[in-house]
Design a protein around this ligand. Structure first.
Ligand code: NDP
Length: 293
């Protein structure tokens, strides 16, 4: 079997085009575009790149974006005061605090300050708590996990009743992905660095979600024939053949796994592009909710 490649880039482009056309419509009707505010504390180059690409995507979708950059020396009270201002700003429908925050700042304190109606990253403790409860949908679902589910749905994968194995239990990816799959009636096993006999756990899965951050750790012979593999990992490895001397790979050994799986996401071009598409979607959802739509 050679797996269907789940093209996240194409799917994200379709979603973004739909968002842009809805935004154009709503802007004309309501006299205002949705607005996203980003808060970047410090000068981490990866975070700067992520924030820049979020603004670019907003711009392309007709969403207003407001960039706030604070020095790494900013105090907890100052970051929270900015978030409070944004909570009160009627032009801002979504607030995104870029993580990780510099050492010394309390992430949970900052995230708890965001009004849950503007929590487009879905990391407010109330939204996360609701996501993990039965029958209490959160106002927003974290973007990368939402992208994972969107890809499964777009591929026609039946989630209900499936055995799903999520490798990784971070607050940003593993835990919310597991909650979303469970809420869609999958039977979910969450694996982590202390899991015994990981290959055996993965072999049970109809759906494998890898969110580990270890290049090509999941091997092809761990995958049950016909399983669907979603690779969230983004790892840079050395590659003498590449003009830049390096290339990106996922947490799954793609060439091996594609021989066994029924469908698989590539890296790059899989889950990555979906994250920003879901952020735009959440911002639009917040805007519509503000207007009672
Ligand atoms: P974290 O480092 O926060 O979490 C990694 C998880 O993997 C932990 O739960 C850890 O277990 C587990 N783990 C580590 N080593 C092993 C092992 N040997 N066996 C089993 N489990 C292990 O990472 P993130 O969740 O933030 O990110 C994971 C990957 O996804 C990264 O490559 C990141 O770059 C990528 N990513 C991609 C995004 C996208 O848009 N596509 C967005 C966010 C992340 P334990 O809890 O026991 O330590």
């Amino acid at each position: 079997m050679t797996a269907q490649i789940i093209d996240g880039k194409a799917l994200a482009a379709r979603i973004r085009a739909n968002i842009a056309s809805e935004v154009t419509d709503l802007h004309a009707r309501l006299g205002r575009a949705p607005g996203l505010a980003t808060v970047l504390v410090g000068t981490d180059p990866a975070s700067q790149t992520y924030v820049r690409s979020k603004h670019k995507a907003c711009n392309q979708a007709g969403i207003q974006s407001f960039a706030y950059e604070l020095p790494a020396t900013t105090s907890q009270a100052e970051v929270e005061a900015l978030v409070e201002d944004l909570n009160a700003n009627p032009e801002v429908d979504g607030i995104l605090v870029q993580l990780p925050l510099p050492k010394g700042l309390d992430e949970e304190g900052v995230l708890s300050t965001i009004h849950i109606d503007k929590d487009v990253d879905g990391f407010h403790p109330i939204n996360i708590g609701r996501l993990n409860m039965k029958g209490r949908p959160p106002l927003f679902v974290p973007c990368t996990p939402a992208g994972v589910i969107e890809m499964l749905d777009a591929t026609g994968v039946t989630i209900s009743g499936a055995d799903a194995v999520v490798i990784g239990r971070s607050n940003i990816v593993g835990i919310p992905v597991a909650a979303l799959l469970r809420n869609r009636d999958a039977t979910v096993t969450v694996c982590h660095s202390r899991t015994r006999d990981l290959p055996e756990k993965v072999r049970r899965a109809d759906i494998v979600v890898a969110a580990i951050g270890r290049p090509e750790m999941i091997r092809g012979d761990w995958i049950r024939p016909g399983a669907v593999v979603i690779d969230v990992g983004i790892n840079r490895i050395e590659d003498a053949q590449s003009p830049t001397g390096s290339r990106l790979v996922g947490d799954v050994a793609f060439e091996e796994a594609r021989q066994v799986a029924s469908a698989i996401t590539p890296v790059p071009g899989g889950v990555g592009p979906m994250t920003i598409a879901m952020l735009l979607q959440n911002t639009l959802t917040g805007f519509k909710r503000t207007h009672g739509l």
